[in-house]
Design a protein around this ligand. Structure first.
Ligand code: F6P
Length: 550
């Protein structure tokens, strides 16, 4: 495994970059009337248009060669075979096995895992169905009307994002709440709206050691116990999903209420496992199966399609092109579907926790750029917020735009206007506006030559901002499953090219450890001198200013 930048293909791409840097996409489109047909792929219900990128066919071939030479196919096969490719934690990476629908056996480090997956999924579905059919009753023999998922990171963002995205498919007589913040406002605001007799809490934590989750879980437990007389009655109000069943039991969750996950599922890739329990409760078992199926179809595509027509590979190499050759610092995710409002936040963890790393697989500090800063928001809202920078700023910001052809409740006046916006924005970002166009426009508005001269520089749009557009028929469970899996594999491919382990997350440990130490100091309440002067100053200021008993 070598530094990707030392490969001849990388050098060839550097030369191509020098050529392409000054080329405008509007000229690429002028030169090739078939650019859209050439540079777009249809996969099931999803059309992936990558023609509005600063590339030509030759560059794409080189980028795909780079992926091939970096061993993407071999690493992919090793991942699907269950080899422990997460070498720093000694773990396999088998989230795809969770959606393997053909009864094909899957393995993690040589051990067959399919049966366990199947049986845990069955337990999850049984619980969800017993809530739907109102067989699962609270301590006053009333049905469950509210479910609160307490988790953070991968134990929160995936389930929250999917539940929101699939809102039209949810059971309307059931409310699902998500609490992640250790700030008591979050759980308090949630509890305010709930009745204990109708509420089920899911404590979702792979490790069952995450402070934020455990503190929230403790508050939830006390809230229940304040209203329920005994631990036995608590049973129908508290379940857990974890790989650490002992800790969950010690916390007071009944063994039959503990759902298992495994070491070979990374937190940020875990929504397909029992961590998705809140999703199954929200959308039902058939819809959850469709979500898995959509992801599984992408897994098959990723495993079998030639790299030149392999969507996650193409998404990945385009990202590398901008990140490493154009020095783009960021990537924007812009869904034009209100229900996808947590999609950027979900991808932020998936991408940045996976590839935000500066150490390669051999333990060397890399001398090239790795994962970009990912940000995003609903496209329409962003147009009235940060698109100004995309249109006229000084930075290159590659963006992914996503939109459904039809909404669940399509109302033409809304949906056509929405569609017109995404098409217009992608076009404007690509074309920009030239001097001649601005002059003609201002003349038509009746401006004098003097006024035109003064306004002209401010009215120019450089264009040439790259976008990928994903158009899908409608945001149903299957399509959503496919979209998520496309991004998961994109992230994996980029990790391979950058020679990273995308599946550990040591970077989050330091802050956790320091917070634990500082918490001891805060509990002691004595002024501190053990940190740098800023941290000492802040801690001591807090200690002096905090109200008594706080
Ligand atoms: O702090 C980051 C992290 O470790 C994520 O990787 C993970 O998804 C999240 O915390 C929650 O972890 P757990 O599910 O073990 O509570």
């Amino acid at each position: 495994m070598i530094n990707p930048t030392t490969r001849p293909v990388w050098k060839a791409l550097e030369n191509e970059f020098k050529r392409m840097e000054s080329v405008h996409m509007r000229d690429l489109f002028k030169q090739d009337a078939k650019r859209f047909e050439r540079l777009s792929i249809k996969f099931n219900d999803i059309l992936f248009d990558y023609s509005k990128n600063r590339i030509d066919v030759g560059i794409m071939e080189l980028l795909v060669d780079l992926a091939r030479e970096c061993g993407v196919e071999q690493w992919r096969d090793r991942m699907f075979a269950g080899e422990p490719i997460n070498h720093t934690e000694g773990r396999s990476v088998q989230h795809a096995a969770l959606r393997e629908r053909l009864g094909k056996p899957s393995y993690a480090d040589g051990v067959e895992i399919s049966r366990e997956i199947e049986s845990e999924l069955k337990r999850v579905k049984t619980l969800a169905e017993s809530i739907h059919t109102r067989k699962w009753r609270g301590f006053t023999n009333q049905p469950i009307t509210d479910v609160v998922n307490i988790g953070i990171g991968g134990s929160h963002l995936g389930p929250l994002m999917v539940t929101e995205a699939l809102r039209p498919y949810t059971f309307h007589d059931l409310k699902i709440h998500y609490v992640n913040n250790i700030d008591e406002n979050h759980i308090n605001n949630t509890l305010e709206t709930l009745k204990p007799q109708n509420t089920l809490f899911i404590i979702a934590s792979k490790s069952f050691t995450t402070q934020d989750t455990l503190v929230n879980a403790q508050t939830a437990r006390e809230w229940l116990l304040g209203r329920i007389d005994n631990e036995i009655d608590l049973r129908n109000h508290l379940v857990a999903v974890t790989a650490n069943t002992q800790a969950a039991q010690a916390f007071g969750v009944a063994p039959e209420n503990i759902f298992k996950m495994w070491d070979w599922v990374g937190g940020r890739y875990s929504l397909w496992s029992a961590i998705g329990l809140s999703i199954v409760i929200a959308i039902g078992t058939e819809n959850f199966d469709a979500l898995l199926e959509g992801a599984n179809e992408v897994d098959m595509h990723f495993r079998t399609a030639p790299l030149e027509r392999n969507i996650p590979v193409l998404m990945a190499v385009l990202g590398v092109w901008y990140n490493n050759f154009f020095n783009a610092e960021s990537i924007a995710i812009l869904p034009y579907d209100q229900n996808m409002h947590r999609f950027p936040a979900y991808l932020q963890q998936a991408d940045m926790e996976s590839n935000g790393k500066c150490t390669d697989r051999q333990g060397r500090v890399v001398n090239y750029q790795t994962g970009p800063v990912l940000f995003g928001e609903i496209g329409i809202a962003s147009q009235h917020a940060f698109y100004q920078l995309l249109h006229q700023g000084t930075k290159i910001v590659p963006a992914d735009m996503l939109v459904p052809i039809s909404n669940f409740h399509s109302i033409p006046i809304h949906h056509r206007a929405l569609m017109s916006n995404i098409f217009a924005q992608a076009e404007a970002l690509m074309l920009g506006k030239s001097e001649d166009e601005v002059k003609t426009e201002l003349k038509a508005e009746g401006k004098s030559d003097k006024e035109i001269g003064e306004l002209l520089p401010y009215k120019l749009f450089p264009g040439n901002q790259p976008t990928n557009t994903f158009v899908f028929y409608t945001l149903n469970p299957k399509t959503l499953g496919s979209l998520i899996a496309l991004y998961e594999h994109k992230i994996f491919v980029q990790g391979v090219i950058w020679n990273l382990n995308s599946f550990d997350q040591w970077g989050v440990e330091l802050g956790k450890k320091l917070a634990t130490e500082i918490l001891h100091e805060l509990n002691k309440g004595e002024l501190v001198e053990s940190h740098d002067c800023s941290t000492n100053g802040l801690i001591n200021y807090y200690l002096k200013m905090r109200p008594e008993n706080d």
